[in-house]
Design a protein around this ligand. Structure first.
Ligand code: FES
Length: 112
């Protein structure tokens, strides 16, 4: 597992989110006021980008919404399929430093 530096925790106020790009992926980390949550910034509908609007992450493309604390789609909100979930990422905090604990997925064709 690799520890990828993302930024400073103090840059994300409660109720806000910050986007990052690391290891070829768009990520978003939300300060829920009850801790930080990290997700791949890729809507479950068609891959639109998400932004924080209070308690939800909202998709710019068709208005899909996801609960900031769980990443689960809010029913009947835009195009996000009901019951779908954002891909969570593991994050770590050391002092004011925020890291993504990156574990590359193994290829199904790997020989080892
Ligand atoms: S791509 Fe996000 S709601 Fe359609």
């Amino acid at each position: 597992m690799e520890k990828i530096p993302l930024g400073k925790v103090s840059e994300i106020a409660a109720g806000r989110a910050k986007s990052y790009r690391a290891m070829g992926k768009d990520l978003i980390v939300v300060n829920t006021g009850d801790g930080l949550r990290g997700y791949v910034n890729f809507c479950t509908h068609m891959g639109g980008k998400l932004r924080c609007t209070g308690d939800v992450l909202e998709c710019d493309w068709h208005g899909g919404q996801f609960d900031c604390k769980t990443g689960v789609a809010v029913p009947d909100a835009g195009g996000a399929p009901e019951g779908s979930e954002l891909e969570k990422i593991e994050i770590a905090v050391e002092g004011d430093d925020l890291f993504w604990l990156y574990a590359p997925k193994k290829s199904p064709w790997a020989l080892d």
